[in-house]
Write a protein that binds this ligand. Structure first.
Ligand SMILES: [Zn+2]
Length: 339
């Protein structure tokens, strides 16, 4: 019973018009390439799977009768055949019921059930879409803000020109492609990623996947976008957060200071009497939102002490200490006492 969902012709890398000889050659070439004994480690189990798939494809396509059924019904040809037998049995019994199973109606059932090449379609017209490719791109927050065009490297198999994809020249393995019939080429394409993309988004780039078979259209490229962590800005949806250090006297008296944003620094007002951990909101300085606006940037105030004090500064702090009565830990101590 077929387990593979892939097209057998695609597995063998041949058009569905291939001759028995071409099938044999393609099978031998790929069998050498995929043979699990030729690989080790993680590659081995991948090759075991490919090898199994290859043998399955070869078993069906090298048998004229099975191939004919496969061309007609696709991967589910065995089930289709069972249906056919059931239909014939029903027909042999006669009776009105058999009529509902005859003629074109039955073919339609196949097309619906197996979604494949029904008997009305020409097997030679069969073509398959190329496989989708998947790759990753990491964006900085600034790139999320503005949108970016990323250059993406793809590895793409292209037919060998020396042997025209057959893998052999005058019955010997092609030297240019080592008998594989294709070269893997690195290709760079540019993908435009719009501003405001979310972490974990899959961007679909239509028609940039692998080439199709027999004129089938190309697969798509999926770009998995992740947003790199930033040293300054923490992301919360479309809002950003950053820590803003201020001197104790700036917090006490209020000040105008420069604060970083994703673009250029801006002047912000620290209100007099600001407490540590308090938040300043810079409206619209966050990331683009899905609705077309922008999130906000929140600055979290961090009150910092100079790493060393001059004599004058020490004298001023001492004066402050004498002026201020009361204990900042009073509430804490009372609460702890109550339990
Ligand atoms: Zn070649």
């Amino acid at each position: 019973m077929a387990t593979s969902q892939r097209d057998y012709y695609q597995v063998l890398g041949i058009p569905n018009t291939a001759s028995a000889d071409e099938i044999k050659k393609a099978y031998r070439r790929l069998a050498r390439q995929f043979h699990p004994d030729m690989h080790s480690g993680a590659k081995k189990s991948e090759m075991e799977k490919k090898f199994k798939e290859l043998n399955e494809a070869h078993e069906v396509l090298s048998d004229t009768d099975k191939r004919k059924k496969y061309d007609r019904y696709g991967a589910q040809w065995e089930q289709a055949e069972a249906y056919e037998r059931a239909r014939q049995a029903a027909g042999a019994q006669g009776g009105g019921q058999a009529h509902s199973f005859s003629g074109e109606g039955f073919s339609d059932i196949f097309e619906n059930l197996f979604g494949g090449r029904g008997r009305s379609g020409s097997p030679r017209g069969f073509s398959a879409q190329g496989e989708d490719l998947e790759t990753e791109a990491e964006l900085s927050l600034r790139e999320v803000l503005t949108g970016v065009t990323k250059r993406v490297n793809l590895m793409e198999p292209t037919p060998c020109l020396t042997c025209r994809g057959s893998g052999a020249v005058r019955n010997r393995p092609c030297q240019a492609c080592l008998g594989t019939g294709s070269h893997v080429e690195s290709k760079t394409i540019e993908v435009k990623i719009p501003a405001g993309v979310q972490d974990g988004t899959r961007v679909r780039v239509a028609g940039k996947g692998q080439p199709g078979v027999n004129g089938g259209k190309r697969g798509d490229l999926y770009l998995h976008v992740t947003i790199a962590p930033d040293k300054i800005f923490r992301r919360q949806g479309s809002d950003l957060q950053a820590t803003l250090p201020v001197w104790p006297w700036e917090a006490a008296l209020g000040a105008e200071v420069m604060a970083p944003t994703l673009t250029e620094p801006v002047r912000v007002k620290i209100p007099a009497g600001s407490r540590a951990e308090s938040k300043l909101r810079l409206k619209g300085k966050g990331l683009p939102t899905a609705a077309g606006g922008h999130g906000d940037l929140f600055l979290i105030l961090q009150i910092v002490m100079p790493s060393s004090l001059t004599d004058d500064e020490r004298a001023l702090f001492a004066q402050l200490g004498r002026l201020r009565t009361g204990d900042p830990r009073a509430d804490l101590l009372a609460a702890a006492q109550r339990g």
